[in-house]
Design a protein around this ligand. Structure first.
Ligand SMILES: Cc1cc2nc3c(=O)[nH]c(=O)nc-3n(C[C@H](O)[C@H](O)[C@H](O)COP(=O)(O)O)c2cc1C
Length: 488
């Protein structure tokens, strides 16, 4: 009698493992770098979550970005930000830079000191204080500067077998698209993968991500993986993005805010399994608490860890029955004991609410004026003189450093310094920012770091600087107004 094997055949993976240079990422999924979020604590939760699935396939978890300048100056906070858990592999760091020389120095430091296994370069930031300097999403417009930065990073990293990837947006706005050019340049220069957020800088987080742009990039970039990013809120969205664009993997940001178990869903989905996590409120509360404990460990400070968890509360509780009183108290929690007391007040037996807990979360906002250095759009390349200086130009000789904190946590970063004009690209109008330091390269600044939120106005007025409205009120990435840990 023939033996009939009734065990279900293992499901076929939807995509092969993602190859990023020498690294093999079993699940073709990347945790998007998010300043103020993707620290060691959050990455650990995400890792634990994908390890809990039947396939156990792990993703690539990218650190929140640090500026090259702060890194080479060895700011203690920046050095802490690039730490990884002992078991974290591969270790990944995202760098922000506007200057090839500092980029090279930062990459050299990372690889010679064996501090990372992967380096991602940030060319997508839409924050005005960054684009005003020609950084982030504005930078790929200057083809030669983009090439110099990517080339410098690859040159320094490749002897150590550390792959460099590029993360970018579609362009400055729909009239100034850069992603095809930049993607091909990155490929030619030896980048190991390119990731595209399907929005322009002008869109910020508004509207919907254009997945067709990801498909087009996949057509343009043939020899390295193309990763799709934007509006993945569920494992099904991730599968759909792959189906529609042909991308080699997905980068997931806001969808996992308050929902680190999305990485379990993603690992399962890409392994071909229908398994999904639908936690009860009790399980969510336990995850939230674990997150808080990891943050306390990360900061080595209970109050700081508890302050940080506050911004995650609404995301964790989205859609669950939890009264406004307890929600409000949780948003002010200042110790693990207080957290325990408040979490005990929730109905732990409440089941996963389904749709109300799903869908979009995190920042959305509206289109914005893109503030650029004066004349930025006039040419696609820097002049030879500017290029020789790595892209930085200071008309007044005073240049301003962009600290990690300035960019990532909302402390005032590069400031408008006196009179000048910035171009608003979204509308073609001249923006209200009045920089005279339009070309100031933060990476070449002589000062050690940007001012902190609370001191920005004080310090800038003291030295005759003129902070913009944005510098005074914006908290950059991540920290909603008023929740910046340092008061931004
Ligand atoms: C709070 C927050 C912080 C972010 N910080 C960074 C960052 O440090 N570096 C970066 O390249 N992108 C950053 N991003 C952009 C994300 O990596 C991602 O590209 C974007 O959120 C779109 O993906 P999503 O729709 O999956 O959220 C940030 C986004 C958010 C919401």
């Amino acid at each position: 009698m023939p033996v009939v094997d009734l065990a279900p055949a293992p499901a076929a993976p939807v995509l092969p493992a993602l190859r990023i240079g020498p690294l093999e990422i079993a699940s073709p999924v990347v945790l998007a770098p998010m300043a103020g979020i993707t620290n060691r604590a959050f990455r650990r939760l995400c890792r634990e979550s994908s390890a809990s699935t039947a396939s156990g396939r792990s993703a690539l978890y990218v650190n929140e970005m640090v500026t090259s300048r702060a890194l080479v100056e060895r700011h203690p906070e920046t050095l802490r930000l690039i730490e990884h858990d002992p078991g974290e592999s591969p270790r990944s760091v995202q760098l922000y830079s506007v200057d090839p020389v500092t980029t090279a120095a930062a990459v050299r430091m990372l690889v010679t000191e064996d501090r990372t296994d992967h380096i991602d370069l940030n060319f997508g930031c839409p924050v005005p204080k960054v684009t005003r300097k020609g950084g982030g999403g504005a930078l790929p417009w200057k083809r030669d500067l983009f090439r110099s930065i990517v080339g410098a990073a690859v040159r320094e990293a490749s002897p150590y077998g550390v792959p460099v990837t590029v993360k970018m947006r579609m362009g400055i706005d729909t009239d100034h698209l850069t992603c095809a050019d930049a993607g091909r340049s990155a490929e030619e220069l030896g980048a190991a993968a390119v990731a595209l957020h399907g929005r322009t800088v002008a869109q910020a987080y508004s509207g919907t991500a254009d997945w067709d742009a990801i498909a087009a990039l996949k057509e343009a970039v043939r020899t390295i993986p193309v990763l799709g990013n934007g509006d993945i809120w569920s494992a099904e969205d991730a599968l759909e993005m792959v189906r529609r664009t042909g991308c080699n993997g997905v980068v997931v940001g806001r969808g996992c805010l308050g929902r680190p178990w999305l990485f379990a869903d993603l690992a399962a989905a890409f392994a071909g399994s229908p398994e999904r996590v639908s936690p009860s409120l009790g399980q969510v509360a336990a995850t939230l608490r674990r997150h808080a404990v990891y943050l306390v460990e990360f900061y080595e400070d209970e109050l700081r860890g508890c302050r940080d968890i506050r911004k995650h509360i609404a995301w964790y509780l989205k859609g669950f029955p939890a009264g406004s009183t307890v929600r409000n108290q949780l948003a002010l929690v200042d110790s693990l004991a207080a957290l325990d007391e408040l979490l005990a007040q929730l109905d732990w037996s409440a089941p996963w609410p389904g749709e109300p807990a799903e869908g979009s979360r995190g920042r959305a906002g509206s289109p914005r004026r893109v503030v650029l250095p004066e004349g930025w759009l006039d040419t696609r390349d820097l002049t030879p003189a500017r290029a020789a200086r790595g892209g930085g130009r200071s008309r007044t000789g005073r240049q301003r450093g962009l600290s990690h904190a300035a960019y990532g946590r909302g402390e005032a970063g590069p400031l408008c310094m006196g009179r000048g004009r910035g171009l608003s690209v979204a509308s073609g109008r001249v923006a209200s920012c009045r920089p005279t330091e339009q070309w100031a390269s933060g990476e070449q600044a002589g000062r050690p770091s940007g001012p902190r939120c609370s001191s920005a106005v004080r310090r800038s007025s003291g030295s005759g600087w003129r902070p913009t409205t944005t510098a005074r009120r914006s908290c950059g990435w991540g920290s909603p107004r008023g929740t910046c840990p340092r008061g931004g």
